[in-house]
Design a protein around this ligand. Structure first.
Ligand code: FES
Length: 139
């Protein structure tokens, strides 16, 4: 499934999770046959549904963000804001909460740039790329 590139369903921030990222350096899948990326997507949805602060954040999935060696990866985006590809996450609840906490600050920002003082510890060192807002390329 490829995420809709035009808009998240809420109009707020969207975390697009690569659902094909590896389970580990040694194995694509865990003992249950699940990819690490699919497990991270589940962890994000579970954390999102457990905390009302995250309600405005959409979690979606697509196969491969072309950052495979940095598994597990996500793309954080919102129209009119800088977007980020982030990686080297474990597919667990701690990573999910860190990403969602960051997305809440991202949503509150004007341009997608979050003050470093507001970064959750769990996202530090995980940024791979940033891209300009879509609108700026039309100028
Ligand atoms: S398989 Fe996840 S980025 Fe390529």
């Amino acid at each position: 499934m490829i995420a809709n590139p035009s808009r998240s369903s809420t109009g707020g921030p969207e975390i697009v999770v690569c659902n094909t990222c590896r389970h580990s350096a040694e194995a694509r899948e865990d003992a249950q046959g699940r990819r690490g990326g699919a497990r991270l997507a589940d962890a994000l949805r579970s954390a999102r549904s457990a905390d009302a602060r995250y309600a405005a954040v959409t979690v979606s999935e697509m196969a491969c963000l072309f950052a495979c060696s940095a598994f597990c990866t996500v793309h954080l985006r919102e129209r009119g804001k800088m977007s980020y590809v982030m990686g080297h996450f474990s597919p667990d609840a701690n990573a999910a909460r860190a990403l969602l906490d960051y997305a809440v600050h991202y949503a509150a920002s004007d341009d997608g740039q979050v003050r470093y003082a507001d970064w959750p510890e769990g996202v530090k060192g995980h940024f791979l790329t940033r891209s300009p807002p879509l609108e700026s390329s039309a100028a």
